[in-house]
Design a protein around this ligand. Structure first.
Ligand code: ADP
Length: 256
């Protein structure tokens, strides 16, 4: 609490009276702490690939100057590190753009069927690399919601990409679109992969949260994807529902 005292006007000769004002600042403190944790995390995530890039550059300038074998080995790794940093910076920018727009409600009419087809098509190369097929199940009638087209593309790209990356063992990712009376809609992204242990589920949308060290080593990602999804959905007054069973798979449902 912040405490302030202020004198209260009293008649002459009376004993002075003071008013104490207690202001609860814990929410502000919490946000400040989150912000500084965020900056620390982001800096750490950028510092790791940067340090590694510097190491490689120094080696290529020094001991491996004329070693073409070393150059062939190091350059793809360096490109990978640079790509990882670009991805991180893109995600950080998405988050900060979203924070700026958080109070503006989206106002476009978005047709979810064509949007999901577009997202599926854009993910075909990734799905092909991972040997996963994305199956889209659309209803006969068009399903429209009020939203921001590009932001919703980002939401479903994230969810379907995650299903391909982390649920890939199932080989099929099913995407269902269903209208919900009277003017709502539901999109479910279902994978048949390893699932997520229950204790991790509530924390998935935290910034930089990744379920396992193995994921962060072997799967490309920043840990910011679901944080971005959550931000966008909050702005759309839509809910993200996660159901997962270890050994069976995971379903991420967006309910508008
Ligand atoms: P990123 O994919 O960049 O790591 P996300 O915020 O999108 O970050 O996801 C956070 C973590 O949640 C992932 O690192 C992964 O461990 C876990 N995860 C997300 N989707 C799935 C899924 N469909 N199946 C299993 N784990 C998942």
């Amino acid at each position: 609490y912040h405490v302030r005292s202020a004198p209260v006007a009293t008649a002459e000769g009376e004993r002075p009276v003071f008013m104490l004002v207690f202001r609860d600042v814990s929410e502000g403190r919490r946000i400040d702490r989150m912000r500084s944790d965020f900056v620390a995390n982001a800096s750490h995530e950028l510092r790791t690939p940067l340090a590694s890039l510097r190491g490689y550059i120094e080696t290529l300038q020094g001991p491996a100057k004329n070693d073409t074998k070393a150059q062939e080995r190091f350059l793809p790794i360096m490109l990978d590190q640079a790509t990882r940093m670009s991805r991180l910076v893109d995600d950080l920018m998405s988050l900060s753009r979203l924070e700026v727009r958080a109070h503006l409600p989206p106002d476009q009419t978005v047709s979810l069927g064509p949007l999901l087809e577009h997202v599926r098509d854009s993910l075909l190369p990734l799905a092909g690399d991972l040997d996963v097929s994305i199956e889209l199940h659309l209803p006969q009638e068009p399903v429209d919601v009020i939203g921001d087209h590009d932001e919703l593309v980002e939401v479903f790209e994230n969810l379907i990409e995650n299903a391909c990356k982390y649920g890939a063992e199932g080989k099929v990712v099913d995407v269902w679109l269903k209208p919900v009376a009277p003017r709502g809609a539901e999109v479910s992204v279902v994978d048949h992969g390893p699932g997520i242990p229950a204790e991790h589920v509530p924390r998935l949308t935290e910034r930089f949260y990744r379920v396992s060290v193995a994921d962060s080593r072997s799967k490309k990602g920043t840990g910011l994807g679901l944080a971005i999804v959550k931000h966008i959905l909050t702005r759309h007054r839509a809910r993200l529902i996660v159901k997962s069973e270890v050994g069976k798979g995971t379903t991420f449902t967006v309910r508008f």
